[in-house]
Design a protein around this ligand. Structure first.
Ligand code: SIN
Length: 552
């Protein structure tokens, strides 16, 4: 068990206003909006809060698509095996069975809400292929703009539902506990609501976190700027358990824009490899052949590691993706946005190789939930990337993330109305806290990328922990603003992630240790959980064994 001293709760001004809603949904991607649509007419008031505009999150950026056993001859069992194999023994079998078993119906409901997926000439869904799948099972829209189409359809459906109240530019500062340890409400900063800098108290009977991932912990990521680990940090400070934080997925083919490029980087979807593109090194060698039976379409962790290994061996900062042979028609029809993105960076994939390198893409861990999206705290639910439902294990199978948000939000909406808590008073006194102060983000992100990135080792992890501990957390009430709250959330989750990555002395899925290069089921089949002793302000990161779940 590792112990870390951390701030208990965020500092914020006294709430200047109050409001109430039966259910507050935090986040507006596929998970949040599905929950809202499914809960309407079941509870009286539903508020969706999002710290930017509705479409600012990761859903809108998803390229490849949404995986489900939708095609002729495909079955949930086959999807299950691919998911478990990709997850490297760390998936929850029951959660995976739910994901694949309820996937088809969930996608059909999404279509009934207006999402328009690409079709073949005979009217059946056009299904793509991605890493780790043994079948074509990825539904996509407008070629490579699947997330944008899903986001459009969901926003239209939500806008047409007057019983769902949407608050954009509204950042949740903290969850407010009730006397019984459950959730009584949350503090919310709404830009333009009363005092522009003010924070209000929203009393609620249930909170659904659907606020996305932690990509901005790293200096290069495919995630948008809003992915600052807020939901995980909020839940943690309130006392909820976080699980599997060390399993951060690095996407193998992110366009390499040079050593100084930071923040969100252009993704080259795995679906491009699904259509026949392949990786080559600087000598033109197809290095994925012989690494895995699926070669360039091996599970994502294996491809990312192979690219990184080649980069380290050869001293080059990137490898190359050759997709020239796809031809003009295929590029324009299937990948119009990636084509435009490459060209905007001076690379024409019809004639040029695309420079690629791994970058942070997805948090497989998050707020630990049961099979109905319940966290360890009464009244707090989590769904989508912020959650750890157990479906991804140590490495998420491509295009299972949109599906997870859909399936588990539907399940939350099945149980939540029947278990709504009574209104409760806030319990906790406001405690002094440490707020990450000053301009710390760049230091934090570079530390995490350099020492807790694709390839990890004990020495680097130790140095990372020391650097993170040295980041000042002495900010007070006068410093509060969105940037300071985000930085505090990033710092909290970075420290926990580093502790879990240090503890896991093996290589499994997306967690790659140079000093422990083998998977070690005897010692490390199981999960690292992080939880806060809210009274002491001390975090513990503990390991709990669980049998490996992949067929081996
Ligand atoms: C991709 O299009 O390669 C990303 C899909 C995913 O993250 O599942």
């Amino acid at each position: 068990m590792t112990q870390i001293h951390l701030p208990g709760r965020l500092n914020a001004p006294e709430p200047g206003w109050t409001a109430q809603a039966d259910v507050v949904i935090v986040g507006s991607g596929i998970a949040g909006l599905t929950a809202a649509l499914r809960l309407r007419n079941q509870v009286d008031t539903i508020a969706v809060v999002t710290k930017d505009v509705l479409a600012a999150g990761s859903t809108n950026w998803a390229q490849g698509g949404i995986a489900a056993a939708l095609g002729e001859g495909d079955t949930p069992d086959q999807h299950e095996v691919d998911t478990l194999v990709a997850g490297a023994g760390a998936c929850d079998l029951d959660a995976v069975r739910i994901l694949v078993g309820e996937g088809k119906e969930a996608v059909e409901e999404l279509i009934s809400w207006g999402a328009d997926f690409d079709k073949e000439d005979d009217g059946t869904l056009s299904l793509g292929m991605e890493g780790g799948h043994h079948r074509h099972r990825i539904a996509h829209a407008n070629g490579d703009a699947t997330g944008a189409e899903i986001q459009r359809a969901l926003i239209e459906a939500v806008r047409a539902a007057p019983e769902i109240h949407v608050f954009e530019h509204a950042m949740v500062v903290d969850l407010v506990p009730a006397a019984d340890g459950g959730i009584a409400g949350l503090t919310l900063h709404v830009v333009g609501e009363g005092d522009a800098d003010g924070v209000g108290l929203v009393m609620t009977r249930a909170v659904i976190l659907a606020s996305g991932g932690l990509g901005q912990v790293f200096s290069q990521t495919t995630n948008p700027a809003v992915s600052t680990a807020d939901g995980m940090a909020l839940a943690f400070r309130a006392g909820a358990t976080l699980r599997d934080l060390e399993f951060v997925q690095f996407h193998p083919t992110v366009m390499y824009l040079g050593p100084d490029s930071r923040g969100q980087q252009p993704l080259i979807s795995e679906a491009v490899r699904g259509e026949g593109a392949f990786l080559v090194d600087w000598d033109g060698v197809r290095f994925m052949e012989g690494v895995h039976e699926l070669a360039d379409l091996a599970p994502r962790d294996i491809v990312a590691k192979a690219i990184m290994a080649r980069m380290l061996e050869t001293g080059h900062p990137n490898m190359w993706l050759d997709a020239r042979h796809l031809g003009k028609d295929e590029w324009e029809k299937r990948f119009p946005n990636i084509l435009a993105s490459c060209r905007s960076h001076g690379v024409d994939p019809l004639v040029d190789l695309i420079p690629v390198a791994p970058a942070c893409h997805y948090a497989s861990g998050g707020v630990a939930t049961d099979l109905w999206g319940r966290s360890s705290l009464p009244g707090l639910y989590a769904t989508g990337e912020v959650a750890c439902s157990g479906v991804h294990g140590a490495n998420r199978l491509a295009s299972n993330s949109l599906l997870e948000g859909l399936v588990f939000s539907r399940r939350i909406a099945e149980v939540l109305p029947g278990e709504l808590r009574p209104w409760s008073d806030p319990a906790a006194d406001r405690r002094p806290v440490g707020l990450a102060s000053g301009d710390v983000r760049r230091t934090l992100q570079e530390t995490m990328t350099g020492k807790v990135g694709v390839l990890r080792g004990a020495q680097g992890l130790k140095e990372a922990a020391a650097s993170l501990d040295a980041i000042p957390t002495d900010g007070g009430e006068e410093e509060v603003d969105v940037t300071a709250w985000e930085n505090t959330n990033l710092l909290t989750i970075s420290r926990l992630l580093t502790a879990a990555a240090t503890g896991r002395e093996e290589t499994r899925g997306s967690h790659w240790r140079e000093d422990f290069p083998e998977r070690d089921d005897a010692q490390w089949a199981g999960h690292f959980d992080a939880a806060l002793d809210t009274a002491a302000g001390t975090a513990t990161v503990t390991f709990t064994p669980a049998p490996a779940t992949d067929p081996r």
